[in-house]
Design a protein around this ligand. Sequence first.
Ligand code: ADP
Length: 256
Amino acid sequence: MTTQTQLATAAHTSDLRKIYGSGASEVRALDGVTLDLYAGQFTAIMGPSGSGKSTLMHCLAALDTPTSGEVVVDGTTLGSLGDKALTRLRRERVGFVFQAFNLVPTLTARENILLPLTLAGRKPERDWFDLVVDTVGLRDRLGHRPAEMSGGQQQRVACARALVSKPSIVFADEPTGNLDSLSGGEVLAFLRRSVDEFDQTIVMVTHDAVAASYCDRVIFLADGKVVDELTDPTREQILEHMTELQTAALQRSGQV
Ligand code: ADP
């Protein structure tokens, strides 16, 4: 079995802080997060609402800048890059899957999948495109526009789009949040396969214990800090941890 210490680091944060406001209205969305995310793993980030999951993912994906601390993605320190270099890094080395699919409505599935490459002026690798399309089961939908597809199909297009440029890391923000459990399961199975068979690295924010149970590792946040983690977790273990964290959050806010 591969231990985490033998795995390469795909992304790293060091004492990451994101602070909104000041004085009495100060909110510490991230309060000193030091974390390694490993290559070739499927990692979930979980925690109660407001614990900092989205902020962490946005800082990791170079969609937001931290107040202090460091983010390293695929060996590059984000804070050292200007806007142009950040855009290039996002386009060439990072893939995204969002809860709301974020497809371009006027483009077909094929055009949506190829969009990151089109924008980068790159030609698709034919074999890789075919493999990705067949793995997500979209071969007979390539000419359809998003409105002609179900939510599950649209999210599979979004997954294919995230993978087509062979990114170093894929960030998925509640990718099954808008899907029924059957379609959600298909998307999660595809993400799992892309880690197992294509050696992809995926980091997913989710509040769903079933979704997180597809992962190799679950990192738990509370109040902007990493408070716990599980390796090869079961749904029951995840639920137990989430219940504890949610209860503690309610107690702290005086709601129970
Ligand atoms: P999660 O994704 O776990 O629900 P977030 O990362 O969205 O948590 O938010 C963490 C904390 O930061 C919350 O208290 C939230 O209200 C606060 N926050 C997030 N974005 C902003 C913002 N733009 N301005 C002020 N506070 C914010």
